[in-house]
Design a protein around this ligand. Structure first.
Ligand code: FES
Length: 307
């Protein structure tokens, strides 16, 4: 797992000053919490004393986190040990007992973590889309993204919309992102209708080549915006992918079917994947993804060398 990647590991509303929150990036467990001024802190979720998860402890009024096992207390910014209950005040805390801190950045309703605490912060992403949720899927991160490219219906549902197998634009690179566009239809009792030429909706997916974070944009045939969403998949322990998402329905949606998207949840991100359908899913759009990623990575390396 590369150190200098910013992963969207939580939604802002998941992190509080009341209770520590546990996530992981690959095999790295992380505890997150807020200090009373709202600042988010992130440390390795493993007490340096006897390895108890710090996420089972509590947040003190000072903003420090206290391990639930023997009460050792750690500063959220540096990870330094700041208190051991019953230790005589003249004794020094051994510096070896330090919890590893991580870089934290919060924007657009997501809390991002970088395993390299000294990495420069990422750019702010604008405003937080109002609808949000979290799903945890028993599928490896790379496979999750490949399935999103090849058949998004395995991973998400958009109210009243059928994803067709037809692409308006093959997976390609645009400004450092992997971008594709899929033809869609309004759901009807007559689906599947393979010979219809009427695909009044399109779904554009723009994906970060490293993290897989994807911006989804659904538009009608007059290019009116219907729905926008961000899916942020993060590789977790044991080949599990944690997906945080945010979405917004466009307030102006011409047509009855588009208006009906506002009845109930417009977007569902699945917790369970149909294994039988996944097994027979042939790679289509995703077969170009690795080549494109290599090209983007090679160009980024060149730019870094010149800089
Ligand atoms: S294991 Fe955390 S204080 Fe002992």
């Amino acid at each position: 797992m590369s150190e200098a990647i910013w992963w969207a590991v939580a939604r802002s509303e998941e992190i509080s000053a009341e209770k520590p929150f546990n996530v992981d990036i690959g095999d790295q467990p992380i505890v997150l919490w807020r200090e009373t001024d709202g600042t988010v802190r992130a440390l390795e979720d493993r007490c340096p004393h006897r390895r108890a998860p710090l996420s089972l402890g509590c947040i003190l009024g000072s903003g420090a986190i206290q391990c639930g096992y023997h009460g050792w207390t750690f500063d959220g910014e540096s990870g330094q040990l700041v208190d051991i209950p019953n230790l005589k005040s003249e004794r020094k805390y051994p510096p070896v007992y330090k919890a590893k801190p991580f870089g934290v950045h919060e924007s657009a309703g997501f809390v991002r973590i970088c395993l390299d605490a000294k990495a420069p912060p990422p750019a702010d992403d604008g405003y937080a889309l109002p609808l949000s949720g979290t799903s945890t899927v028993a599928l490896e991160h790379g496979q999750y993204i490949a399935a999103l490219f090849d058949d998004p219906s395995l991973l998400i549902s958009i109210k009243g919309v059928r994803f067709s197998p037809y692409l308006l634009a093959e997976l390609c690179e645009q400004e450092g992102q992997l971008v594709m566009e899929r033809s869609c239809q309004w759901a009807s009792p007559h689906w599947p209708a393979p010979f219809t030429s009427d695909f009044p909706i399109s779904l554009r997916i723009a994906t970060d080549p490293v993290t897989g974070e994807s911006d989804l944009t659904l538009r009608d045939d007059e290019f009116n915006l219907l729905l926008q969403a961000t899916l942020a998949p993060v590789p977790g322990a044991r080949q599990v992918t944690q997906v945080r998402w945010r979405a917004m329905l466009s307030p102006e949606r011409p047509g009855l079917a588009a208006k009906a998207m506002g009845l109930g949840a417009p977007l569902r991100v699945h917790d369970h994947i149909d294994g039988a359908a996944l097994r027979v899913l042939k790679p289509s759009a995703s077969i170009h993804a690795d080549d494109l990623r290599e090209k983007i990575a090679a160009r980024t390396d060149q730019q870094d060398e010149v800089a």
